[in-house]
Design a protein around this ligand. Structure first.
Ligand code: M6P
Ligand code: ZN
Length: 185
């Protein structure tokens, strides 16, 4: 059932869409297997269990031939020295996607099973995710990092692929900013 043409108010500074569709909140306990330091992850999940990121969507449905949009906001933080990040996923049918930076300092980490790419994300930057590249977003700053995503409605989310293959590199907090290290499970 296609949705009718609609006007969606987009507030980049507030990182909101209106009207709003489904929203998703991921707490630390939802992120098992992401961080290299499993003990640090468990302590955080069993302790304060903070919200790591949230996703607000427009009402456009995730259905074939539709073109949904969502805004993801990742809170600043580290666990075991790794910057907070999204779970990351691969599109089962290898379709493309774009991200537009809205607020804060982040990065778009992409992995095709062999090669890793990193795009520094800031307000006004479009990161293009080609078909077949798994993608994860990372907050490398000290304030919330927000971005708008626009993606094919039938793209889907394969989280198992990322748990199985990893993302090629990890994003580690250093004395001055961040560094990318080789992946160790
Ligand atoms: C972006 C889009 C969404 C995705 C969200 C969170 O908004 O790519 O499709 O759900 O980021 O990322 P993840 O699903 O990997 O947790
Ligand atoms: Zn995607």
């Amino acid at each position: 059932q296609p949705v009718p043409p609609m006007r969606i108010a987009f507030d980049a500074a507030a990182a909101t869409l209106s009207p709003e569709g489904p929203t998703l909140t991921r707490r630390m306990s939802d992120l098992e297997g992401l961080f290299a330091d499993h003990d640090a992850w468990r302590d955080a999940a069993e302790g304060e269990n903070p919200v790591v990121y949230s996703v607000v969507s427009s009402p456009v449905p995730e259905e074939d031939r539709e073109l949904p949009q969502s805004i993801t906001t990742i809170q600043p933080g580290t666990t075991g020295g790794e910057f907070w990040m999204t779970k990351g996923h691969q599109h089962p049918n290898h379709q493309g996607e774009i991200y537009l930076g809205l607020h804060g300092a982040g990065g778009l980490l992409m992995f095709d099973g062999e090669r890793t790419e990193w795009i520094d994300m800031a307000p006004g930057v479009i990161g293009y995710i080609p078909p077949g590249w798994a993608h994860r977003s990372v907050n490398v700053g000290d304030e919330p990092y927000s971005f708008l995503a626009v993606y094919p409605g039938g793209a889907g989310h394969d989280y198992g692929w990322v748990l199985e293959h990893g993302m090629g590199h990890r994003v580690i907090a250093g004395d001055s900013g961040f560094s990318l290290t080789d992946y160790t499970r």
